[in-house]
Write a protein that binds this ligand. Sequence first.
Ligand code: ATP
Length: 309
Amino acid sequence: MSANDSVPALKIEALSKRYGEFLAVDDISLRVEAGDFFGFLGPNGAGKTTTINAIVGLASITRGSIEVFGHDNVRDWRTSRTLIGLAPQEYNFDRYLSIRDILIYQAGYYGLRPREVRARADELLERFGLTSKAKETFVKLSGGMKRRLTLARALIHQPRLLILDEPTAGVDVELRIELWALLRELNAGGTTIILTTHYLEEAESLCRNIAIIGNGRIAAMGPTEELVTQHGPATLSVTVDRAVETLAPALAARGARRDGDPRTLYFDGLSPAQIAPTLAEIEAAGYAVENLEFRRANLQDVFLELVRR
Ligand code: ATP
């Protein structure tokens, strides 16, 4: 491991951003390790895009600091900027340029000359299935192609940190799965990824770590798996053949509770290994099990709980 491995891809300390009187980002700190796949989640208006804009230098910082691979994004903005690739939420392509030129011109912002990047542009067009559209303008692309182009453009200068602001918004299921595979592949190749999305199952399946932001503040942060297990226990619900009038002591001891349907018993916080003994006790108490469901909490449960709070 080199000394550089311990430098985080992103370190935000006590960041605040004010628009006039309105505090859009309120004293947030977070750290994204190099190589991570990090989810930055929150409801509409929570402050995600504002934070991203501050990271990439599109919005000034009111207070605090941001470092990208150890480079302060104000003092050392040139280096910091070349390390980041941004796929923004809104399309902002030049509508008169060909798709290929969009990629080549983008590289110019990073001081790369057309000669140096032509091959890379063609490689990205190929990788993102856009080669047949290379000479077309942006307006002639389908919605899915526009999303892929956004991603290709963000990668033209080979950034180490890729920031994706809702990359799969409005994308059909098939393309979404295709984009997920591309993102996983990029991450496996060493690119650190920060993703904002409103699709929580997408975040849960892709992101190793997650921060949830609400009203400009971090509401929860940690490994995805931990956030889900800490915030919501798994629940076993068992439907039996008749109404449960009084709870057998052995079932009460296992924490059985009833809720609405008199034939269904609920057990919170059971591990999968406790399911079989629990069912055995239900049968020992004289009931026949007709149906059961074991449901683990998911990121959506955690998200809703935090947001409602
Ligand atoms: P979404 O999921 O809807 O994209 P978000 O989490 O990205 O939301 P932001 O776009 O960062 O949220 O907005 C955070 C808050 O800051 C909102 O209340 C928004 O209205 C406000 N805001 C954003 N940009 C500006 C601006 N340029 N001037 C004034 N207020 C702004």
